[in-house]
Write a protein that binds this ligand. Structure first.
Ligand SMILES: Nc1ncnc2c1ncn2[C@@H]1O[C@H](COP(=O)(O)OP(=O)(O)OP(=O)(O)O)[C@@H](O)[C@H]1O
Ligand SMILES: [Mg+2]
Length: 202
């Protein structure tokens, strides 16, 4: 099996940016956010189960998940969050395994998995964990720059995610993303060399 690196980090830490840099080096990329999005769009595989569990109110007229409404629910209701994850996570895992097969001729694969710290099943799928880490101040500023979310809302999301120190303890490798994009590219280049020379021992 091809070496698979699990890439994780808090909201806005730079996971997608880092994945893009690895892609430029020829790595295969699996994006679990994109998989999740596809599962919950109109006609997506998860829609029927979500509608049965949460009611038709959570499905928009076009048949896609009402993301804003669901985000509002799971933000304040831990049991609902767990119910949604019980539907989505097995489907995401299944799709990720399909993509892993499709990408097996790449030198190595980087799987972007924001929920890696909370998901033993995903930790089993990957051979190494790469954490992209940055200060909370930078995290908040960057997410504000990218979306319409305010500082308080972003800090609320950060508070619900695995704490930074705990996430870092899982890391085999760390990318520090408090400097500019040049520094990010340099760190990715070093890791690319390391991963290219590694055999998957599983
Ligand atoms: N080193 C950097 N300097 C300046 N801006 C950066 C840097 N790294 C990332 N960004 C910007 O910060 C924002 C968040 O980065 P990115 O989308 O890669 O994070 P993410 O971890 O994928 O976020 P999410 O958790 O929402 O998926 C983006 O607008 C990105 O362009
Ligand atoms: Mg992202």
């Amino acid at each position: 099996m091809t070496l698979c690196i699990g890439l994780t980090g808090g909201i806005g830490c730079g996971k997608s940016t880092v994945a893009g840099l690895f892609a430029e080096h020829g790595a295969g990329i699996i994006d679990t956010d994109a998989i999740s999005h596809r599962l919950t769009r109109s006609g997506g595989e998860a829609i029927a189960a979500i509608s049965a569990a949460f009611g038709k109110d959570y499905i928009m007229d076009d048949g896609a998940l009402d993301r804003a409404k669901m985000r509002g629910l799971v933000f304040s209701d831990a049991a609902a969050k767990q119910r949604l994850e019980l539907i989505l996570h097995p489907l995401i895992l299944e799709q990720a395994k399909v993509q892993l097969q499709q990408l097996r001729t790449r030198p190595y694969i980087v799987a972007v998995v924001p929920l890696l710290p909370e998901s033993p099943a995903f930790r089993q799928l990957v051979q190494r964990v790469l954490v992209v880490d940055c200060d909370e101040h930078n995290q908040v500023e960057r997410v504000i720059g990218r979306s319409r979310m305010g500082g308080a809302e972003i800090r609320g999301i950060i508070a619900q995610q695995t704490p930074r120190a705990e996430r870092l303890q899982l890391a085999d490798d760390v990318i520090h993303n408090d400097a500019g994009l040049d520094s990010l590219a340099e760190q990715v280049a070093v890791l690319h060399q390391r991963y290219s020379g590694m055999q998957n021992s599983n």
